[in-house]
Design a protein around this ligand. Structure first.
Ligand SMILES: NC(=O)c1ccc[n+]([C@@H]2O[C@H](COP(=O)([O-])OP(=O)(O)OC[C@H]3O[C@@H](n4cnc5c(N)ncnc54)[C@H](O)[C@@H]3O)[C@@H](O)[C@H]2O)c1
Length: 308
């Protein structure tokens, strides 16, 4: 038997923890010793209204199971207030799970400024604001675990979700940079792209699937990523129904324009190579890896020009 993963002495902030996935994260961490700030604005899936009920109910569930929790009802865009609740109640913040979310699905040609702004504000700005407010404390204590929430819609695009997919892929960029900046202070930052039944997915899934895709399948992965022992950082995991996998970039080996011919026709000639993933594809992990072939080719150009 492997060692039980516990969170005693740790303080976890879970945003949007009044329903669905966030509730499952809060309950699991609370049942394993973490002190939990249950944040939830208590509004609709569409981002309207507010209520204290959602957060209060989950706090009660954690407490009645013997755990410790406090509620916070602020919108994630006011991250400093949420982190203040953690610091006031428990004196520290170790784990931040940026889970709060809404949908404003509509085809791009019908999307309003409000549809765009609200999704950006809750998902990307909210993830920034809560993390930013916790960051200095995590740096000082030389420990932090941040789990951000992307989506397959962001990774692959999805009809009717231009606002949501843009925000969700933005969250992955934020994750990858914060993982680098947090590395020397033992702050690990990862991202998940889950699939689970919730009131959010009930708008697009049959009830049978909503019931089967339980958030409890996703919660253990989030808990694992939140644990001291987890060394991964800057990664994104797709998961649901008890399946989980890391996702990475793959790049074709690519094609080079012939020296002295920077024309669109030259691009057309190498296009097959540009899009060929079978011939020695690469898996870049950094901007250095990304720029490698560009810098290499620049050297070749310099050499070729010097021989002219
Ligand atoms: N369920 C899925 O299959 C799925 C897939 C991909 C991504 N996600 C993401 O997972 C997260 C959780 O989704 P869910 O399916 O559990 O949805 P959900 O609607 O059940 O839960 C989201 C919670 O966030 C809260 N919330 C919304 N706006 C808030 C704000 N401004 N401040 C604080 N709380 C706020 C809501 O009140 C709600 O309780 C979201 O970020 C969502 O985009 C879910």
């Amino acid at each position: 038997m492997s060692e039980t993963l516990r969170y005693d002495g740790k303080v976890a902030v879970v945003t949007g923890a009044g329903n669905g996935l966030g509730r499952a994260y809060a309950l699991l961490l609370g049942s394993r010793g973490a002190k939990v700030v249950v944040n939830d604005l208590g509004g609709s899936t569409h981002g309207e209204g507010a209520s204290t009920n959602a957060a209060d109910k989950v706090v009660e569930e954690i407490k009645s199971a013997g755990g410790e929790a406090v509620a916070n009802y602020d919108s994630v865009e006011y991250g400093d207030k949420i982190i203040k609740t953690a610091l006031d109640a428990f004196g520290r913040v170790d784990i931040v799970i940026n889970n709060a979310g809404i949908l404003r699905d509509v085809a791009f040609h019908k999307m309003t400024q409000k549809d765009w702004d609200l999704i950006y504000t809750v998902h990307l700005k909210g993830t920034y604001a809560v993390t930013k407010a916790a960051w200095e404390t995590m740096r000082k204590q030389q420990f932090g675990r941040v789990i951000n929430v992307a989506s397959a819609a962001g990774l692959y695009g999805n009809f009717g979700q231009a606002n949501y997919s843009a925000a969700k892929l933005g969250i992955l960029g934020l994750t990858k940079t914060l993982a680098r900046e947090g590395a020397s202070k033992n702050i690990k930052v990862n991202c998940i792209a889950p699939l689970a039944g919730s009131r959010m997915t009930a708008t697009v899934m049959p009830q049978e699937m909503v019931d089967a895709l339980r958030p409890e399948f996703v919660a253990p992965v989030v808990a694992y990523l939140s644990h001291d022992s987890c060394e991964s950082s800057g990664q994104v995991y797709e998961l649901g129904a008890g399946w989980v996998a890391e996702l990475r970039w793959q790049r074709a080996k690519g094609g080079f324009l012939p020296f002295g011919d920077a024309s669109p026709e030259a691009v057309a000639k190498v296009w097959e190579k540009v899009t060929d993933y079978d011939d020695e594809p690469e898996y870049p992990e950094s901007t250095q890896d990304s720029f490698g072939p560009v810098m290499g080719n620049l050297e070749r150009y310099k050499e070729a020009s010097s021989k002219l």
